[in-house]
Design a binder for this molecule. Structure first.
Ligand SMILES: Cc1ncc(COP(=O)(O)O)c(C=O)c1O
Length: 360
């Protein structure tokens, strides 16, 4: 099976837009893209010119960092764009289906809806151990409903758990030829579970999403990547806007891969993991907290006695957490991102007064 078998039949052979930068490169006098001839006086980056569609230095750096070939990686505006591209390239509007496992990251369903595709849900199961996947149920559902794309979030947002490697391989084995399995590793750097990239070579129907928005601390730069077979990457490229990566972002993000910046990223992750453990213990000891779910990511999902009034109280004190009301399974839950030690301390101090306020 080739990943190309999963592409929309009407897009096979589609070349996409041929931008000026794609058509011709090199030369010294650029008169082919209707750009302004002179840059602004304040501009030090020649922003009068369109950027490279896939900035080479950044793509090469990320490919080396993730241990893949250049033609296996597509840069985009965060993993949000990768999700959208995958849905658009694979799913026939009005007839194809994607499979999610609720409660999960909302963009999979949003992109499918915007593309007139049906969202099939094989919900996570809550047990004593926390939330987990029903692998047999997912395989059966994907086959029964003929799903074209399976989005798997690992570590999962908002529930925090990682998908065990054996479960991922079971899904991949069972669904070969059926659907593209997309593992969204937005929070992968915080997890003890190794990346699905390790098994990419064995599964042409596997795609992995990476982002610089979380552990690399560059959410404002809007850079992410999808990593898959060269054939699938080539097709996704044809579905992408002509110049998706702004030059200032590409230039800035390259700096995140210097030794110094990478050391800083590693220490940020280490601090987050320490704080996650401390915060987990401290939150679990609070009387209005019923459950703190184990987390492999940079947030904690917390079930409490009154999530509405708790988040309103925190907001009044200037602390913004994410109420999970939109998820039926998480009505009484809030998701709390791990902050700096000072922010976490402040959160706990305010929660202490909330307890006092409600029991005065
Ligand atoms: C699971 C998951 N995937 C993807 C994204 C989008 O990330 P990006 O900033 O790379 O678009 C998020 C953002 O919160 C996320 O939680």
């Amino acid at each position: 099976m080739s990943a190309l078998d999963l592409i929309r039949p009407d897009l096979r052979g589609f070349g996409g837009y041929l931008s000026a930068r794609k058509q011709n490169s090199g030369g010294a006098i650029w008169l082919n893209a209707n750009e302004a001839a002179r840059p602004q006086a304040f501009d030090t980056q020649q922003l009068n010119r369109y950027p490279e569609p896939q900035p080479k230095a950044l793509a090469e750096t990320l490919a080396a960092y993730y241990g893949v070939e250049l033609d296996q990686l597509l840069l985009g505006r965060g993993s949000d764009e990768a999700i959208d591209l995958i849905v658009r390239a694979l799913c026939i509007p009005g007839s194809d289906r994607i499979l999610i496992q609720s409660p999960t990251f909302g963009m999979y369903a949003v992109c499918a809806r915007l593309h007139a595709c049906t969202v099939i849900d094989s919900p996570l199961q809550e047990t004593e151990a926390g939330f987990g996947w029903d692998i047999a149920g997912m395989i059966a559902t994907a086959r029964r409903d003929n799903c074209k794309v399976l989005f798997l979030c690992s570590p999962a947002n908002p529930t925090g758990q990682s998908l065990p490697r054996a479960d991922l391989e079971r899904l991949l084995e069972a669904l070969a030829g059926q659907c593209l399995v997309v593992v969204d590793e937005a929070y992968g750097e915080y997890s003890a579970q190794a990346s699905a990239l390790e098994i990419l070579a064995r599964y042409p129907h596997l795609a992995v999403l990476k982002t610089l928005s979380k552990a690399h601390a560059l959410a404002g730069a809007r850079i992410g990547a999808v990593i898959a077979t060269p054939e699938l990457i080539a097709v996704l490229k044809t579905c992408q806007a002509p110049y998706p990566i702004p030059k200032p972002s590409a230039t800035l993000v390259l700096q995140a891969f210097s030794e110094t910046a990478l050391a800083n990223t590693r220490s940020g992750i280490a601090q987050c993991l320490t704080e996650r453990r401390l915060l987990h213990t401290a939150l679990a000891a609070l009387p209005m907290i019923e459950r703190v779910f184990d987390s492999d990511a940079n947030f904690l999902l917390v079930r409490c006695t009154n999530s509405e009034s708790l988040s309103a109280y925190l907001l009044a004190e200037g602390i913004v957490v994410r109420a999970m009301r939109q998820y039926p399974a998480l009505q009484d839950c809030v998701r709390i991102s791990i902050g700096t030690p000072a922010e976490n301390e402040r959160l706990l101090a305010v929660l202490d007064t909330f307890h006092g306020a409600t029991h005065a």
